[in-house]
Design a protein around this ligand. Structure first.
Ligand code: DC
Length: 256
């Protein structure tokens, strides 16, 4: 039987399904069905960790940054004026974002049926996404979608407000950090992998990171904050495997 995060779980285990239904009806959580929330600044490796965890646990990965990026791409392509509240609302009504397998089988972000996975990682989108993500109307729409997607649990979400706003009740919250130089190196790598044709200077990418850090953490609506009960993880010198191992240990501690 699935282990439960309940103090007396051994006493109750023999009741099996009946007990499960009782727990669910009373809002207790079977801890193998948890929500993992990962927050942190740009290019800290949140999506790498989230992907690794999701594939290890058989969970669904929800890249909330990709959703803000897809909205930004739509706004740029349709020249939506960010200061025009009505235009923003109208545009939001026309946007449908889905995560589904692309032709190569890898999961990708689809905007109104189009695979936009690479385009949303471009500097064109990165240059504006923080302004778009600071709009309350955009945040309301995205948070609603994210809460719906994660309602059934067994999800890993990464972003800026997951542990504080989207799922403050998430069983495991992680606040990821890394030194600025290391984040810059990772961002370059991400751009290169995404096939960026543009020759970008280190200064351009660094300025974009600084600007986004500033906007993401100082905006009025849901600024980036470490949730009080989040575990802080600095992965500057951790390799991917050690990072995953450490977080899986936290998951095991939770799930018994
Ligand atoms: O994680 P990322 O760099 O792909 O995110 C892109 C932008 O979206 C980032 O600058 C801040 C914003 N964002 C947000 O405000 N809230 C989230 N939950 C995720 C991303």
């Amino acid at each position: 039987m699935t282990p439960l995060s309940y103090p007396c779980r051994k006493d109750f285990t023999p009741l099996g399904g009946v007990f499960f239904r009782y727990l669910r009806a009373n809002n207790y959580t079977a801890v193998s069905d948890i929500i993992i929330a990962i927050d942190g600044y740009s290019a800290c490796g949140k999506s790498t960790l989230a992907r690794d965890l999701a594939s290890h646990l058989g969970y669904t990965y929800i890249d909330t940054g990709a959703m803000y990026r897809a909205v930004t791409l739509y706004f740029l392509d349709h020249q939506v004026d960010l200061s025009d509240a009505q235009a923003v609302m109208k545009a939001l009504d026309s946007i449908r974002i889905r995560f589904q397998p692309a032709s190569d089988g890898a999961m990708a972000t689809f905007l109104n049926g189009q695979n936009v996975e690479d385009e949303i990682r471009s500097m064109r989108v990165s240059g504006t996404v923080s302004e778009v993500a600071a709009l309350s109307a955009v945040r309301r729409a995205m948070v609603r979608e994210q809460q719906e997607m994660g309602m059934q649990k067994r999800v890993v979400l990464d972003g800026r407000d997951i542990g504080t706003v989207v799922f403050p009740q998430a069983e495991l919250k992680i606040f990821l950090t890394a030194d600025f130089e290391e984040r810059l190196r990772r961002r370059f790598e991400e751009l290169r992998r995404g096939g960026s044709q543009q020759a970008l200077s280190s200064e351009e990418v660094a300025n974009n990171l600084r600007k986004r850090d500033h906007i993401d953490s100082t905006r009025a609506d849901s600024p980036l904050r470490q949730a009080q009960d989040a575990k802080r993880l600095d992965n500057t010198t951790l390799d991917r495997e050690s990072q995953l191992e450490l977080v899986l240990k936290w998951v095991r501690e939770l799930t018994g």
